[in-house]
Design a protein around this ligand. Structure first.
Ligand SMILES: Nc1ncnc2c1ncn2[C@@H]1O[C@H](COP(=O)(O)OP(=O)(O)O)[C@@H](O)[C@H]1O
Ligand SMILES: [Mg+2]
Length: 337
């Protein structure tokens, strides 16, 4: 038996008060790290209820006692994660690539970009999930033209996502009474996000998760950082300074939180009319944002033609749809390397 196994054995009889099972029974050991030189040990333990602070305190005390008193370690550091993380999508590690779609302002087309990018990735053969994390302004089901009804749960009581055009979708809108506003506070908001990441029965082979973030720089951005620090970000703006100046702020926040920026998308960039390119919402917003964030403007998306009869989902045969296919290919290539 090596030293790590010995540690695990010593700790395995400790009981997790939040489910009255031992750490051994819970199969709770996620990581044990040793620094022989410094006689220090770090342990990462899965807990049944991550919100149960008392339980965690008790566990911390009992683990430290055994490691220090019985095993003679000098330095001990103990971290916790939810037990269910391992079985959730967050337990899949680098196999899943997360792309957050952020903007400063609402109404710039963030959700439209998230939805069409998800569809385009699916179209080029990727397994894609779409999380509507704009909890208050959730409208992904409407954009995707999906019926609004509560999702079913599977045998393990996990939420089964709905599917549209080959993309798995989850949104608070599915859980809401139509037309009624949501009056939740911050902590409930982050619970909802936890559910989306820990308790949804996503397809096992999922490769991409696209996250439609709320506008601005609020709590959800912090929660995303906590749950998926490796989430990469796309910043959406329009060409207008009113949008680009706030998009820069959202970009800076993402950078501050150490997210990799994939680049800037300038939506509603122009409109082609009778051979002329009209800059209806101004010019230069995308470049400005990319410059200020030291990233690149990776895509301009024109204003959709009114005769197409829709502004939300684009057929992959029409101009804007083809642009999304190109964007999906570009991102898939970037993220493959
Ligand atoms: N390229 C575009 N051309 C025309 N209309 C668009 C385009 N992108 C988005 N829209 C429309 O603009 C509105 C706002 O888009 P939405 O994606 O809901 O923005 P956000 O999520 O940033 O609030 C929607 O009605 C959407 O259909
Ligand atoms: Mg939106």
């Amino acid at each position: 038996m090596n030293e790590k196994e010995r540690i695990q054995e010593k700790l395995s009889a400790i009981k997790d008060p939040s489910n009255e099972r031992t750490l051994g029974e819970n199969d709770a050991f996620r990581h044990i790290g040793l620094d022989e030189e410094k006689q220090a040990v770090t342990v990462l333990v899965g807990v049944a209820n991550e919100d149960d602070q008392q339980a965690k305190q008790k566990l911390r005390r009992e683990i430290a006692t055994i490691l220090k008193r019985d095993m003679g370690y000098g330095g001990v550091s103990i971290d916790f994660e939810p037990l269910k993380k391992k079985e959730s999508i967050l337990g899949k590690g680098k196999k899943v690539k997360y792309i957050g779609v952020a903007s400063g302002k609402g109404g710039v087309g963030k959700s439209t970009v998230a939805a069409n990018l998800a569809l385009a990735l699916a179209r080029i053969g990727k397994k894609v999930g779409l999380i509507d994390a704009d909890i208050y302004g959730a409208n992904m089901p409407v954009i995707l033209d999906m019926p609004i009804k509560p999702p079913k749960s599977d045998a393990k009581k996990r939420i089964v996502p709905f599917e549209k055009h080959g993309v798995e979708v989850i949104s608070t809108q599915f859980f809401m009474d139509e037309g009624k506003p949501l009056m939740w506070r911050g902590p409930m908001l982050s619970k909802m996000l936890n559910h989306f990441f820990y308790d949804v029965a996503w397809n096992d082979g999922i490769e991409y998760i696209i996250i439609d973030l709320p506008p601005g720089t609020g709590d959800v951005a912090l929660d995303i950082q906590r749950l998926i620090p490796e989430c990469r970000m796309l910043i959406v703006t329009t060409p207008h300074p009113s949008a680009s100046s706030v998009a820069v702020k959202a970009g800076f926040m993402a950078k501050e939180l150490k997210h990799e920026l994939l680049g800037v998308i300038e939506n509603m960039s122009h409109f082609d009319h009778e051979g002329e390119t009209l800059h209806i919402f101004g010019k230069g917003g995308g470049e400005t944002v990319a410059d200020k964030l030291s990233t690149s403007l990776i895509q301009k998306i024109p204003i959709a033609r009114p005769e197409s009869g829709h502004h939300s989902l684009f057929d992959m045969e029409e101009e804007v749809g083809l642009i999304y296919l190109g964007l999906a290919n570009k991102l898939a290539k970037t993220l493959a390397s």
